[in-house]
Design a protein around this ligand. Sequence first.
Ligand SMILES: [Zn+2]
Length: 51
Amino acid sequence: MEGATNCLRCNRPLKSEKSRKVGYGPVCAARATAEREEAEKLEAAETKPAK
Ligand SMILES: [Zn+2]
């Protein structure tokens, strides 16, 4: 078995094979990507080297 059958974010059943592989529906995938990028941005700002 591969991936998830329900969205890891909203727990709705995933209809497409692609969504199951990703683990999110299309909307949640976009949200998850945006959140991850935001978190990486914050992390990068926190670990900014001192001049
Ligand atoms: Zn979802």
